[in-house]
Design a binder for this molecule. Structure first.
Ligand code: FNR
Length: 359
């Protein structure tokens, strides 16, 4: 992947988040989302004591200090190497796990290693995930993990992005076998993630059979790679794909109970969305485009402050809800309304609330 393409992705992703009204200048401005159709039922005496609330989350053999991570973004050019350095510093200062962007540039040209290694150099004790696509060979996957001394490996699924991308792949039938061979070859947990169009329950069931350990649903609602790649085409003739895919709440509801621990990313806008995702069964929530926009407009201190505030406010929300752990949020009464309710009805998905509307 050429460095200029990675620079394009950064530029177009930030432009998207600023166009959608989610600018650091007004962090309260957020685009509408199906997350807004997930409602906690308020119980006035459900609250607990703040010092009884822990953010620690354990799943799929992993033990994370907090249920929030910086999701995959970039690397491969000098500019994106600086971004990775700053993202790593923010991860180190806040303790959140972090993922590399696709390491295809490094696998094609080892001289770009220095645009990815800051993720470990500036975050020596942190949880770091390498990232490859499903066409990487087992040897390439091992190289990517080794470069970062990675604690896990992400494999991204991005068929919509590849379809819209002028220079994208046009054949995907061999991807499942690729995932299986990579999963067999590496000695760290494998997380399969989408890039913003969501993983369905059917896909998660397939991933179980391929030996994958964790699924990151990475649904629609945030950074949109159909819009990004349309912005890179000489004529934007795939605009009709920009509404394609499952939103993150819809993907979580569809993928629950299909055999893998779930992570939620894609359009996570603030701590309440994190709490909503955890209540729908995710073990942690990730963000990319919003964090990148904060970093590029306010610098690494602004990103550290934002992540710190998110963790503080998530703790406050859990205290309000009486949830002593991220997993305990799944015991909270949650109602699903509007188009998300309609999706559940059509997909024959039971209400997520342990008590549902019966109360
Ligand atoms: C991404 N994303 C991404 N994902 C991946 O697995 N490998 C990659 O190389 C990239 N590259 C990338 C670049 C930029 C600039 C952005 C903003 C995002 C996708 C990302 O990890 C995530 O799945 C989606 O962006 C949805 O999350 P947000 O951005 O809505 O929080």
């Amino acid at each position: 992947m050429s460095g200029s393409r990675k620079d394009d992705h950064v530029r177009l992703a930030v432009a998207q988040h600023e166009t959608d009204g989610e600018t650091p200048a007004d962090p309260t401005a957020h685009p509408p989302s199906q997350f807004d159709e997930v409602h906690f039922v308020h119980h006035a005496l459900a609250g607990t004591d703040r010092d009884r609330v822990s953010l620690r989350t354990r799943f799929g053999g992993l033990d994370w200090p907090v249920p929030l991570y910086i999701n995959a973004m970039t690397g491969g050019s000098s500019k994106t190497g600086e971004i990775n350095r700053d993202l790593a510093i923010a991860a180190h200062e806040t303790g959140v796990p972090i993922a590399a962007g696709s390491m295809s540039p490094y696998l094609k040209d080892a001289s770009t290693a220095g645009t990815f290694t800051p993720l470990r150099e500036h975050n020596p004790q942190g949880f770091v995930m390498a990232n490859v696509n499903a066409t990487a060979t087992p040897e390439q996957a091992r190289r990517a993990v080794a470069l970062l001394d990675a604690d896990a490996l992400q494999i991204h699924l991005n068929t919509v992005q590849e379809t819209v991308m002028p220079e994208g792949d046009r054949s995907f039938g061999h991807w499942p076998a690729g995932i299986e061979s990579i999963t067999t070859a590496v000695d760290v947990p494998v997380v399969v993630k989408e890039v913003g169009f969501g993983l369905s329950g059917q896909t998660v069931s397939q991933l179980v059979d391929l030996g994958v350990h964790i699924a990151d649903v990475a649904g629609r609602g945030g950074t949109n790679f159909a819009r990004i790649e349309n912005g890179r085409r000489p004529q934007a003739d795939y605009t009709y794909l920009e509404a394609w895919g499952l939103s993150t709440p819809a993907a979580l509801l569809d993928a629950r109970g299909h055999g893998l621990p779930l992570l939620a990313s894609g359009g996570v806008r603030h701590p309440l969305d994190v709490a909503r995702a955890l209540a729908l069964g995710a073990h942690a929530a990730g963000a990319s485009g919003g964090f990148l926009t904060t970093l590029l407009s306010g610098g690494v201190s602004a990103l550290i402050q934002q992540i710190t505030h998110w963790l503080e406010q998530l703790t406050a929300l859990m205290t309000l809800l009486g949830a002593h752990s991220p997993a305990a949020l799944t015991d909270c009464d949650v109602l699903v309304t509007g188009s998300l309710r309609h999706f559940c009805d059509q997909r024959h998905i039971e209400s997520p609330s342990p008590h549902g509307e019966r109360r």
